[in-house]
Structures are given as C-alpha cells and as structure tokens.
Ligand binder design. Sequence first.
Ligand code: ADP
Length: 294
Amino acid sequence: MLPLTIVPEIEKLLKNHCQQEALIDETIAVGGGSINSAYRLSYAGKSFFLKYNDASRFPQMFEKEALGLKVLTESKSLRIPQIIGHGGNGQTSFLLLEFINQGQPNKQFWEDFGRGLASLHRNAQTSFGLDHSNYIGSLKQDNTVEKSWTDFFTYQRLQPQLKLAKEHALLSTKTLADFEKLYRLLPSLFPEEAPALLHGDLWSGNFLCSQSGEAVLIDPAVYYGHREMDIGMSKLFGGFHPHFYDAYNEAWPMENGWQQRVDLCNLYPLLVHVNLFGGAYARQLEACLGKYVR
Ligand code: ADP
C-alpha cells in the first residue's frame, strides 16, 4: 500500500508528464531494493517506477539520486531511466521514474555496456569529487574536491568510513593501523589518471537490462574519481560477464595491473558494507587490505 499522503503529488506529476488526467489504477510491489520501498504504478495505461522512504531517516536522498541520474543522463553514454519527479510531505519522500521492463542480457548487451561505461568515464574534470554530497547506499558520501586521487580516496572515501567503523567498534586496532600504513603506499599503487565521471556504486543490482537489450544504470553514487573504482565495484560480488571487460578495454584500455588493484578499490565499498552490515564484511575487508599492507 502506498502512503496515501503522497498520492496526490504523484498523480499531479504523472498528469503533467502524461498530459492526461487519470488516477493511479494499479500498484505492484517491486522487490530487490535494500533501503527503500518500491512499486510499479500504472497511470493512463503506462507504467512508472516509484520508490519511497522515511524523509527524516534519509534527508534529501532522492533529491541527490535525481541529481546523480541527471548528471549521468547528460553524459549521453548509457541509458538512464527518465526522471518524472521527486517530492514528499516532510514524512515520506519519493522518487518517480520511467519503468524499465526487463529482458535477458546477451553478448551484445555486455559489449555495449562495456563500451558505454568507457564512454561515461571519458567525461573528465580537473579535480576529484563533485559539487554536491550524496549517498552511497544509505550512508552519506562527501564529495569535497581534492586535486589528487590518492588524497581524495584517503580523506573523502576511506577515512570517513573508518571513523564510523571505529565509533561502532567494528574493526580491530590492527586493521585501523594497517589503513594508516596503506595511506602512505597509495601514491605508488594507483596509476595517475584524470578524474572520470563514475556511476559510483556499480554492483550487479544497480543496472538493468531493458527489453530491447540495453544496459540501464540505476541508483548511482556519482562523483569524479579513478575509473578503476567502477570496474572494481563491478567485481565485488562475482563480476560482470567477461565480454563487458573485453569491450571496455578495447574502447579505453585500463592501465597495466588493473586486476591487482580491484581489491584496493573495493576497500571503500567493503568499508561501507562493514558499516551497513558488519560482521562477515570485516573479514573480507581484512583479506583485501592484507594484499597491500603486511
Ligand atoms: P534501493 O534504492 O532500495 O536499493 P533500487 O533502486 O535498487 O532500490 O530498486 C529496487 C528494485 O526495483 C530493484 O530490484 C531494481 O531492479 C528495480 N528497479 C529500480 N529502478 C527501476 C526502474 N526504473 N524500472 C524498473 N525497475 C526498477
């Protein structure tokens, strides 16, 4: 059941979008999300995707998500669901998008996706970060700009998550000390690259395959960063199809040794997972860290 208080605002947005007065005549719950409640809505014979949450728990989450989707859309590299609108009443916030009917990924899908991601990453700027903060999952992500990637990775990515993990006693003192050692090694570990526009949270739950076989990006945590961050994240839970990496590398070859840096990049999403889910992820984090710090 949708919270009734947001229905009039949603119907107003749909009326403007469809240029047709109607009522939401069907709502079907969509599973698979980790944070928000999600629905497929039917209005004037068309389908739309709605997600909503408690506004006080995640302030401005959907405003930031819409901003991220807009930045990605403007890059004209991969398909992004059209944003119909976002809003709320102070208690409940919502985001309303085009509904993507799903198909089956084939070889062409993975190749186009790999090439499309390389084209997204071609969007560069002069510093690492973004002009606004956003979220990674349900955690705040600060994007204060830095001139060097290793400074950005240290100060805006690893340290804020480590601070949170320390406050909740989720990591051992050895792990915390190992991160201090890692900071000094980072400049020799990462090859220098221009700040690239990233999806920022590119695991397998954050893209869809449309019915016509296009990759559609959802749920971004956009910023300008080292492009290996998206590649690393894609490998965090098993990895995408090899055709994806082949096509990416053909479009824009990655620097030598990128496979050895996957776990380095994934220290950030693993820290996020430690903070969100604790336990098992701390072991995985320590194993990855141990590959770079002894
Ligand atoms: P959360 O923010 O809670 O993680 P998601 O954005 O991942 O939620 O979406 C929840 C579910 O809805 C996922 O299974 C996802 O595949 C699906 N989904 C997300 N966006 C769309 C869309 N525009 N059209 C159709 N399904 C979508």
